[in-house]
Ligand binder design. Structure first.
Ligand SMILES: [Zn+2]
Length: 171
C-alpha cells in the first residue's frame, strides 16, 4: 500500500490492486486554522494573553486529534499483508511538525497491528506515470499521460509510492 501525505488531501492511500482511499479533508483544516489565527490576533491586540494562549492550546489539541483520526483511518484501510509505504512531499513539509507527527502516528498504529512502515523518496512520485514511467506536469485535477493512462491527480503519488525506493525512516 502507498500512502501519500499532503496538504490538500491529508492522506491518500492506494493499495497494490489500485483501491484508493482519500482520508481527511484539507479545506476545513485550513479554514479552522485561519479562524483560530484571526481570533488569536484579536485577543493579542486586546492584550488578553491568557485567552490567546488557551485558544492556541485548543487549536493544538484539535490538530493532534485530527492526526489521530487520519492515522487510524490509514491503518484501518491497510491489512497485515500490506506494507504501508509513505512519503512526505518535499523538504519544507518534511520538517514541519504536523507532517512529522502524522507520519509517527501512522507508524505507531501500524506497528501495533504488525504492519511494517517504510519511507520512500518522494521525488517525482506525483509526476511519473505509474504505467510507462513518463513524467508529466499536471495542470488540473486529472492526470493524463500520452500512453493513455489517466486518473485523479491525487492518486498518482500513492500508486508510485508502492514501488518507490526506500529511504531512511522518520527522524
Ligand atoms: Zn504513461
Amino acid at each position: 500500500m502507498g500512502v501519500d501525505l499532503g496538504l490538500k488531501a491529508p492522506a491518500v492511500s492506494v493499495t497494490s490492486t489500485g483501491k484508493t482511499k482519500f482520508i481527511g479533508n484539507g479545506r476545513p483544516n485550513k479554514y479552522i486554522r485561519r479562524k483560530y489565527k484571526s481570533k488569536r490576533s484579536e485577543l493579542g491586540q486586546a492584550k488578553k494573553l491568557n485567552a490567546s494562549k488557551t485558544l492556541n492550546d485548543k487549536e493544538q489539541r484539535w490538530m493532534k486529534d485530527q492526526d489521530h483520526k487520519i492515522s487510524r483511518k490509514v491503518v484501518d484501510f491497510s491489512n497485515i499483508r500490506n506494507t504501508a509505504r509513505t512519503s512526505r512531499k518535499n523538504e519544507k513539509n518534511l520538517h514541519t511538525w504536523s507532517f512529522y507527527r502524522l507520519a509517527l502516528f501512522i507508524e505507531y498504529k501500524a506497528k501495533l497491528r504488525g504492519i511494517a512502515v517504510e519511507y520512500v523518496d518522494p521525488k517525482y512520485t506525483s509526476q511519473t506515470c505509474p504505467i510507462c514511467r513518463n513524467r508529466n506536469h499536471v495542470k488540473d485535477r486529472n492526470y493524463q499521460c500520452s500512453c493513455g493512462f489517466k486518473t485523479h491527480r491525487d492518486r498518482v503519488a500513492g500508486m508510485n509510492i508502492i514501488h518507490a525506493p526506500v529511504i531512511d525512516g522518520v527522524a
